[in-house]
Design a protein. Structure first.
Ligand SMILES: Cc1ncc(COP(=O)(O)O)c(C=O)c1O
Length: 437
């Protein structure tokens, strides 16, 4: 029997989920029925945007915490002609894409294993829960918000006994509490949401991992990096991580549809030494493991049909990412994030992630002034061709908005996305009568 109940489908929860999916116009508001028009007033778009996005129809700039704006070349690589998923050309592309993931995750350990499986980020939770944990085993989930709650729910569905160590909204569990929790029970795994997209809270991985290795060395360290891979530093080998799962549509900058993960030799051993078979068919890492190994060795292999077009897009996105030092990429994201956070502070606004050391670099969750509603500001931003997301953390959902700043919007300053978004926010707030006190 699962230790936790399956996620509830109450109207409140569904409403939160809908807001995440259609964040530009929160539901249950007069704006729910309005849409951003399919054709927008291109005279409002700055010249740079029209130039840089020349192959894409003019559109409002998507600055939610994923999906993000896509580079032209990444999008174009999806219009690849149809090819067999077991033909040499595609097998080579898939194999190279897997090898590039090793570089992105900074692992040279041959025991590490990358996976690319059709699906979204959520599938990464299922991979972990169905393969690395057996029913009845204890998992410690570090609770930072909506997404760590989701990970906990998923683990429970597969029968894990979940203990969620929850932090106050806008914060993360501290090392001392984690050490105490680890010393009270034997945990098969600990999970951490590197950036909880509901709060913009960044968790520390390096110190967490050394703590776990010191006090509970057999515990697997599993990271939800959906909102952090490719915009926050992650050193898979050096930090001795056992699993990092992510998705294609955030900082990697590829359309949604791929679950991307890296697992350590220890994690693969845990998979191989299971007493019970993996509790999923499509999400069985035992089924996918030989497929991934074969593709990387340029051998055709089949378990379920991959999406060649998405894999081409990912290949292009990773080629672009790896064409420059990763350090530089992370530094550019930090620089943009610092600028945004300063602009927010200059406006007299506070972030959900209160402590600067806990603030993500690929997104910012911003508390609104009491006098301005989400249902006022999001349409005002939309009028200015900028799309932010609404709140999603159930305790504060209507009180804040989320600004995603990842990938090309940060790395290609000629687009002007970040400056335009900051200006739109300033103008939108003043349109609704807000003045800094
Ligand atoms: C931190 C985090 N984990 C998991 C997910 C789930 O990913 P997906 O929506 O691609 O299934 C998300 C989605 O935003 C996320 O931000």
């Amino acid at each position: 029997m699962p230790h936790r109940e399956v996620p509830d489908a109450s109207p409140a929860r569904l409403s939160l989920i809908s807001r995440h999916l259609a964040p530009d116009y929160p539901i249950n508001t007069p704006y729910a029925v309005e849409r951003i028009p399919d054709t927008i007033d291109t005279s409002l778009l700055p010249k740079t945007q029209t130039r840089k996005m020349s192959t894409q129809p003019p559109h409002a700039t998507l600055l939610i915490p994923g999906p993000i704006e896509f580079d032209d070349a990444v999008l174009q690589s999806m219009s690849h002609y149809s090819e067999s998923h077991v033909a040499p050309g595609f097998v080579a592309t898939f194999g190279e894409t897997l090898s590039m993931l090793r570089k992105l995750f900074q692992t040279t350990d041959t025991a590490s294993q990358p996976f690319i499986v059709s699906g979204s980020g959520t599938l990464g939770w299922d991979l972990v829960a169905a393969n690395l944990i057996e029913p009845g085993e204890n998992v410690l989930v570090l609770g930072t918000g909506y997404f760590s709650d989701g990970f906990a729910d998923c683990l429970g569905v597969y029968g894990a006994k979940v203990t969620e160590l929850k932090a106050a909204v806008g914060s993360r569990p501290q090392l001392g509490e984690i050490e105490k929790a680890l010393s009270e029970k034997r945990y098969k795994a600990i999970t951490v949401t590197h950036v909880d997209t509901s709060t913009g809270v960044l968790s520390e991985l390096e110190n967490l991992s050394s703590l776990v290795h010191r006090v509970s060395p057999d515990t697997l360290i599993l990271v939800d990096g959906v909102c952090s891979v490719a915009c926050e530093e992650i050193q898979f080998d050096a930090w001795k991580l056992d699993g990092v799962l992510t998705a294609s549509q955030k900082a990697i900058g590829c359309p949604a549809g791929l679950s991307i993960s890296m697992f350590s030799g220890r994690a693969i051993k845990a998979l191989e030494s299971r007493k019970t078979p993996p509790a999923s068919y499509f999400a069985s890492m035992k089924k996918w493991l030989p497929i991934m190994q074969n593709y990387e060795n340029k051998k055709p292999s089949y378990f379920a049909t991959p999406s060649p077009q998405l894999v081409h897009a990912l290949h292009t996105a990773l080629t672009q990412i790896l064409s420059k030092p990763l350090k530089e990429r992370f530094a550019r994201h930090k620089e943009a994030s610092d600028k945004i956070k300063k602009a927010i502070a200059d406006l007299g606004l506070k972030q959900v992630a209160a402590n600067p050391a806990d603030q993500a670099h690929g997104m910012t969750a911003i508390y609104l002034p009491e006098t301005v509603k989400q249902t006022d500001i999001l349409p005002s931003l939309g009028k200015r061709n900028v799309i932010f997301a609404g709140g999603i953390h159930k305790e504060i959902a209507t009180k804040y908005i989320r600004f995603g700043h990842m990938g090309v919007s940060v790395l290609d300053p000629a687009r002007g996305d970040i400056d335009r978004a900051i200006k739109a926010l300033q103008e939108g707030l003043s349109e609704h009568g807000y003045q800094k006190a």
